[in-house]
Design a protein. Structure first.
Length: 356
């Protein structure tokens, strides 16, 4: 039966097909979630309110969703940029943690003039993220070492460094938990008057717009697209393959580091060991859902943030275990990825006797 079918990639999927696949797959995933919640004993009359209205429509829930989405936009952009040049960045969390450590170091030690300290924190966060990805980048370019293994291992190293600082020199002596001291007011991003939404949202949106212009309007974006399709052909055509890969991948690491800076300066106001959880998984999913399109990443990040926000709601109001919540989140995300797959590929049924 399967011998008569071949899988073909759609070169330019129409927007209505992509949008329709996203909506249908989201509804299908939510239907499965509803069935699981009913089996778990959740009251059916409040599901729509808790899963949709309180997450995407009610002001408090929407504000929390947008707050969660702000760093997700940056990690989604980071993942998408690396994928464009066939660099598989599986260490988004490590780069995010290094960015958070760099920004926190500036705040804890009061480095630089107070009016510029926040800008310095975010700049250092970006540089730390880029520096952390530079190690696997160099080894891949020079020695051909797999970046998948290196970026993943460096994430573990970054987490151990984070633990070392929080249980050691940077631990707040007045707190029984392994956290740093709180940042001063000058080291915090301003709230926008809408829940916990902070000025980092503008930074994330500006980054998405700038990356979109870089990809669609510049020569570097053309080089990256050509390398993504076929690096050997791009090199044969005389394109600066190595320089383009280095620039794009360093920018990818800088965006993840900036995400860590936004978390500690805009949400936590201190360094903790729980920042950036699941950033790698979320960034990859967001990049795929948006088809690596920077402006689409903003929408995908909000959708994924809503799923995470709904999971928190389910734990609080329904008393569900973490396992069921993670299962529900995984089902919705998997449904979205299936929708993406069928909008990006089509099944061609070959006739019997046709030439192969």
């Amino acid at each position: 039966m399967l011998d008569g079918m071949i899988l073909q990639r759609r070169l330019n999927p129409p927007r209505h097909l992509s949008a329709g696949a996203f909506i249908v797959s989201l509804l299908a995933g939510l239907l499965v979630v509803v069935l699981i919640l009913l089996a778990a004993g959740a009251p059916p009359d409040t599901m729509i309110d808790d899963l949709i209205i309180q997450v995407f429509i009610a002001p408090a829930g929407l504000a929390q969703t947008v707050t969660i989405a702000t760093p997700l936009i940056l990690v989604g952009l980071s993942s998408a940029l690396a994928m464009r040049v066939k660099f598989w960045n599986i260490g988004l969390e490590g780069q995010l943690w290094l960015g958070a450590i760099g920004a926190s170091g500036i705040a804890i030690h009061d480095t630089g003039p107070e009016p510029l300290r926040l800008a310095v924190m975010l700049a250092v966060a970006s540089v730390c993220g880029a520096a952390w990805i530079a190690v696997p980048l160099l080894l891949k370019v020079k020695l051909g070492v797999s970046e998948i293994v290196l970026t993943l291992l460096l994430s573990n190293t970054a987490y151990l460094l984070l633990q070392h600082l929080l249980f050691g020199a940077w631990r707040d002596p007045a707190n029984s938990f392994p956290v740093s001291v709180q940042f001063d007011d000058a080291e915090r991003l301003s709230l926008l008057g809408f829940g916990n939404v902070h000025g980092g949202l503008f930074i994330a949106l500006a980054a998405a717009l700038l990356i979109a212009l870089l990809i669609d309007r510049t020569r570097a974006g053309f080089y990256a697209a050509a390398i993504g399709y076929n690096p050997l052909t791009a090199r044969s055509a005389g394109l600066p393959v190595t320089a383009t890969i280095v620039g794009v991948v360093l920018l990818s690491g800088a965006l993840s580091g900036l995400a860590g800076g936004l978390i500690v300066a805009g949400t936590e106001y201190r360094l903790t060991q729980f920042i950036g959880a699941n950033a790698t998984f979320s960034g990859i999913v967001i990049a795929f859902l948006a088809r690596l399109k920077p402006l689409g990443i903003v929408i995908a990040a909000i959708a994924v943030a809503g799923i995470y926000n709904a999971g928190t709601t389910l734990k609080v109001f329904y008393g569900l275990s973490d396992a069921i919540v993670v299962l529900i989140q995984g089902i919705v995300l998997l449904s979205l990825l299936v929708g993406y797959f069928f909008s990006a590929y089509r099944i061609d049924r070959r006739r019997e006797g046709a030439a192969t």
